[in-house]
Design a protein around this ligand. Structure first.
Ligand code: ADP
Ligand code: TRP
Length: 349
């Protein structure tokens, strides 16, 4: 990787954006808002971790600056940032393959955000779905919430990212980053690399349902936290919404909420057996309680190794800090180069 970048340098003096984009850089961020749940895992974190197997550079960060648009408790924020970092590492992110860091440890990003804000029209931000949704729900917005997509574009563009793995709800934000890169490059030349978003390949993971059947989300209070376990976890699975039909009645497995949870954890062959029993009905058909418990057991088993790893990580905060600082150092190197290129291009250096 290093050798090929150096080789590229031979043909691309000054490391111009158009040349660097030939290297693949993966980047994504996650907000440290509350306990991460199954939706976050299957819809985002899992993709991020699996993606690190692909050749290229990988940057993953905890979007603590973004969190400040809604957070007001410093201790809670610090704790959530730590918990989010631990979650990634416990679930298998290898810091040797990907740089994991706090957004706020790379101040270059806020400088780039300012530069982008000077070429971005108000109209673009006014069209953001996430902002409009919050307005509709009566939230009183601060300026940071309004300019959220600019900071996010800076996150993406600062690392010359080509591939941004995200959930569906973030696609528009990545498209805005494309627009902002275009505005800046249009005014000042070839500075930023155009990023592309990447959605999860598996449709079942795109919208993980919550306990009530709506999209699982911290804001709906219908989540199953990844590291919940034992009695409390069993209780949560018990709350999965079902109807009052008899177990014997044949049913379409796609319509039954507990099956949607089994789908997340079981290998295809095992899943088909459960589906067949539900579809056939009669004496051998499982009741909702049995399905919920099978899903509960599958989840306990799936995350057992990660739970053990999480305990280890929580017991060693210094090691965690080292990982984050090493990740930030690598990220800053890249971001400083891009920041310098941007400053130079617009006449500030
Ligand atoms: P929440 O809705 O709980 O606040 P976020 O908006 O912080 O979650 O989402 C963080 C990441 O997790 C995003 O990439 C988002 O697409 C993904 N995600 C969140 N909920 C789900 C879900 N129910 N199914 C699939 N992906 C999800
Ligand atoms: N807005 C993203 C979310 O809420 C988090 C995020 C911030 C992000 N900056 C990013 C995601 C850059 C991808 C790339 O999930």
């Amino acid at each position: 990787m290093v050798a090929s970048r150096a080789l590229y340098g031979l043909f691309c003096p000054l490391g111009r954006a158009s040349c660097l984009s030939a290297m693949t850089t993966f980047l994504s961020g996650i907000q440290p808002s509350g306990l991460q749940h199954l939706g976050n895992y299957f819809g985002a974190i899992r993709q991020h971790i699996l993606g690190t197997e692909e050749p290229g550079d990988h940057f993953y960060f905890i979007a603590d600056y973004h969190a400040l648009t809604t957070s007001r408790d410093p201790e809670v924020l610090r704790e959530r940032v730590r918990e989010t970092a631990v979650t990634y590492l416990a679930l298998g992110l290898d810091p040797a393959k990907a740089s994991l860091f706090r957004q706020s440890d790379v101040p270059e990003v806020t400088e780039i955000a300012w530069l982008l804000s000077t070429v971005t029209g108000m109209g673009l931000l006014e069209r953001a779905h996430s902002f409009k949704d919050k307005m509709t729900r009566g939230l009183k917005a601060n300026v940071g919430l309004f300019t959220y997509p600019i900071l996010m574009a800076a996150d993406i563009l600062a690392y010359e990212s080509n591939v941004v793995p995200v959930g569906k709800d973030q696609v528009q934000h990545v498209e805005m980053a494309q627009d902002m890169a275009g505005y800046f490059n249009g005014a000042y030349g070839d500075v930023f690399v155009r990023p592309e978003y990447k959605l999860a390949a598996e449709a079942v993971f795109a919208k993980v349902p919550g306990l009530d059947g709506d999209k699982m989300s911290k804001s709906y209070g219908n989540t199953i936290p990844i590291f919940q376990t034992g009695k409390q976890l069993k209780k949560l699975f018990g709350k999965i919404k079902t109807d009052s039909r008899d177990p014997e009645e044949p049913k379409d497995p796609a319509e039954i909420l507990p099956m949607r949870f089994l789908e997340l954890f079981l290998p295809a062959a095992q899943l088909r057996e459960w589906e067949e029993r539900v579809r056939t009905g009669g004496e051998g058909a499982p009741g909702y309680g049995e399905l919920k418990m099978a899903a509960y057991e599958a989840m306990e088993e799936t995350f057992a190794p990660a739970r053990a790893k999480r305990e280890e990580l929580l017991a060693n905060p210094e090691a965690l800090e080292e990982v984050l600082m090493a990740g930030a150092a690598k990220a800053r190197e890249r971001a400083a180069r891009v920041r310098d290129r941007a400053l130079q291009a617009c006449g500030l250096k």
